[in-house]
Design a protein around this ligand. Structure first.
Ligand code: 5GP
Length: 217
């Protein structure tokens, strides 16, 4: 799980997790991150929920039926999975392992249940960020503007939001999405700093030894 950093020092890839109640702006922030941060690959989940207008198979999700999902989970093809709003969601294992092996970081848009499972499996490689909406009114407004879900689904999502929020303290970082540019800048700073963490930079010992050799010549 190593790749070269920009400064030539090898490091382990990291698993960058974004979670939030739906409507807190996480999808927009994930898109901005993958567009603007090099070496960050989005993990595309499998789900049993119906496709929403505008979504694309293989880009937003792999849309599968329940039987297919159960088969994937049973064969160990999912790194983690959870039931959210009566639908199943899970992270296909192979693309994540391939990206990390190629020295890329992987971005996950998953809920708190999935985050817990990833943390149990790879604590040192998981960096988790929880995004909070600035207010309940703001969350509701975003769910309505998205206009992808029925009123009934939106009501369900609002009432689940409070429960999801209760998991905030399990995350490494908390970002309040008052302003999308500001929130993006904060998340970008987190990723940049985490990429520089000493423990992740497997190439440092050799790099410093080499420096010392040159200095002592
Ligand atoms: P949505 O239906 O709005 O796309 O997603 C609903 C929730 O499921 C979001 O909180 C999202 O983060 C979560 N989710 C999406 N994919 C996965 C996954 O692969 N695993 C887990 N645990 N949660 C997921």
């Amino acid at each position: 799980m190593t790749g070269g950093g920009f400064d030539g020092v090898e490091r382990r890839g990291l698993m960058f997790v974004l979670s939030s109640p739906s409507g807190a702006g996480k999808t927009t922030l994930s898109r901005l991150l993958t567009e603007r941060m090099p070496d960050l690959k989005m993990s595309v989940s499998a789900t049993t929920r119906p496709m929403r207008p505008g979504e694309v198979e293989g880009r937003d999700y792999f849309f599968v039926d329940k039987a297919r999902f159960e088969a994937m989970a049973g064969q160990g093809d999912l790194l983690e999975w959870a039931t959210v709003f009566d639908n199943r969601y899970g992270t296909p294992r192979a693309p994540v392992e391939a990206a990390l092996a190629a020295g890329q970081d992987v971005l996950f848009d998953i809920d708190w249940q999935g985050t817990q499972q990833l943390r149990e499996k790879a604590r040192a490689d998981v960096v988790s960020v929880f995004i909070l909406p600035p207010s309940a009114a703001d969350l509701e407004k975003r769910l309505h503007t998205r206009a992808q879900d029925s009123d009934e689904v939106i009501r369900g999502r609002m009432s689940r939001a409070s429960h999801e929020l209760s998991h905030w303290a399990e995350y490494d970082y908390i970002v309040v999405n008052q302003d999308v540019d500001q929130a993006f800048a904060e998340i970008q700073s987190i990723l940049r700093a985490e990429r520089l963490k000493r423990e992740r930079r497997t190439g440092l010992t050799g790099f410093v030894r080499n420096l010392q050799r040159q200095l002592e010549k």
